[in-house]
Design a protein around this ligand. Structure first.
Ligand code: HEC
Length: 118
């Protein structure tokens, strides 16, 4: 009797494990914050730094510090999106045609998160 109960638990455990796996992959693909951070890491961090504060050599050329609250207040989301699509000054490259509108929107949100850390 006891043995029968134990055996019947095995398929249930398998189903639960399978459900957990499915749930996990659904979570990863739906998480836009993770992908915006990854996108920033891949396309922007070499100049802006992982934390958005910027790199000394680029800051000397006029690059803003995204963790600066004053800088954050001085820009609208539309201005940030415009700088990402069209570039700015001599050194900020244009990402038009390289990133989709959704990706640019996600990067605007990513740039905003750097200002909220303090
Ligand atoms: C080659 C280095 C480089 C890369 C790569 C780069 N940036 Fe920049 N970025 C700069 C520099 C330099 C400035 C300052 C431009 C200026 O004001 O003259 C700047 C400025 C900016 C600004 C401020 C614009 C404003 O309105 O003042 C934003 C926002 C920005 N970058 C976002 C991004 C994002 C998002 C990415 C990745 C998709 C990125 N940058 C990639 C160098 C870079």
């Amino acid at each position: 009797m006891r043995k029968a109960v134990k055996l019947s638990l095995i398929p249930t455990a398998l189903i639960l494990a399978a459900l957990a796996l499915v749930g996990d992959s659904a979570k990863t693909s739906a998480s836009s914050t993770a992908s915006a951070a990854e996108l920033f890491g891949a396309k922007c961090a070499m100049c802006h730094g992982r934390n958005g504060a910027g790199m000394p050599n680029w800051k000397a050329k006029g690059q803003p510090d995204f963790t600066d609250v004053v800088w954050q207040k001085g820009r609208t989301d539309a201005q940030i999106a415009d700088s990402i699509s069209n570039g700015k000054g001599k050194f900020m490259p244009s990402f038009k045609g390289k990133l989709s509108q959704e990706e640019i929107g996600a990067l605007v949100a990513q740039v905003r998160t750097f200002g909220k850390k303090k």
